[in-house]
Design a binder for this molecule. Sequence first.
Ligand SMILES: *Cc1c(COP(=O)(O)O)cnc(C)c1O
Length: 428
Amino acid sequence: MFINECLNIKNGHLNIGGVDTLDLAAEFGTPIYVMDEQTIRKNCRVYTEAVKKYAPNSGMVLFASKALSFKGIYKIVAEENLGSDIVSSGELYTAISAGFPIERAYFHGNNKTYSDIKFGIDNKIGCFVVDNMEELDAINQIAAKKQKILLRITPGIDAHTHKAVRTGNVDSKFGTPIATGQAIEIAKYALSLPNIELAGLHCHIGSQILEYEPFILAADIMTRFIAEIKKITGYEIRELNLGGGYGVRYIEEHIGIDFDTCIKIMCDTVVKNCKENDLQIPYLIFEPGRSIVANAGITLYTIGSVKEITGFKNYVSVDGGMPDNPRYALYGSVYEAEVCGRADEPKNFECTLAGRCCESGDFIAENIKVQSCRCGDILAVLTTGAYNYSMASNYNRIPRPPIIMIKDGKPYIAVERESFEDLIKNDK
Ligand SMILES: *Cc1c(COP(=O)(O)O)cnc(C)c1O
């Protein structure tokens, strides 16, 4: 019935993790993010089990925490034996505050500042994923002893065209491209620096990818590059991080990819290439973000107005919008929504879901179908667990919603609702 397993209908009401969404809205108010902890854990295990099965020389799964960052999530993924990909000192600080095992944290980003690097080293971060020459120099200078790093490499795959193309995406702010010869140069340079331990390579080819082919290509190109480094320098890379980007189903029409299969075909590609090129099979790392949390979350809103503009569109306005979910405004993302109290009725009302901001592009979804609805109804937008809370802002001085987690059929507050006092706390 629903694209997300944690949802079902009871007495006509939408339930998440066995809890009635109308009860959640009544208890915690709206808007709220609601997440099912069991779904997050299940998603983690799909990846950890796949790595156990298919990575012959072992490996690790990192949660790309930019998809959802708050203290509790680092605890959950640590309990599930994941590492974490962090992209700022703020994310690192949050992970540390949660007691996350920092040796399992990988520091990403194309422009880490001096203080980011210092903060990482002072806190004994496991690994830096180095983007460029300047960063190599900075780490070499700041580190007092050998610091483990991976180099972010651009394999040159455009995963977002209909067919993955090999030559796409060399033009990127991230990483160093193989095609231009710059990747081999940065590898040589890394090997020449005394405080740099070049453990391996990293690539990340995009996000919300719903096909297998780009992932196979990435695994193929990266293993060949390991062989090239060995041929030219004699040095053999022992760790390969193939990034994230595994796409999820936001709407019925999305044909999802199977994550277990995806990890398998990437591992198989690496193993085959290693055999052909007489290489040791590297320790393999995968970095899912979205696919760990997206389908575990929904956002509940209260409908304020239903405006049927005669001869034009219908607008349903809710008490949130682009501050809690900027994804439509940013990239025209698609969602499904349900009227929580009439979830068993047919969806025959076509409308645009509008937010409450003073911004005409403040939509959550355009031209979607929901059940008939009116002022006061609770509306759920589905699959909002990733890149919603983590991208939320205070635009229009709207406090960020809380995150309510469901565990064993009971809700708990994982992140409090921001208060008006929070909004002005830095104002002089
Ligand atoms: C964003 C990102 C990820 C996670 O991508 P998802 O699409 O959320 O799986 C992984 N690695 C890097 C380097 C990223 O920037």
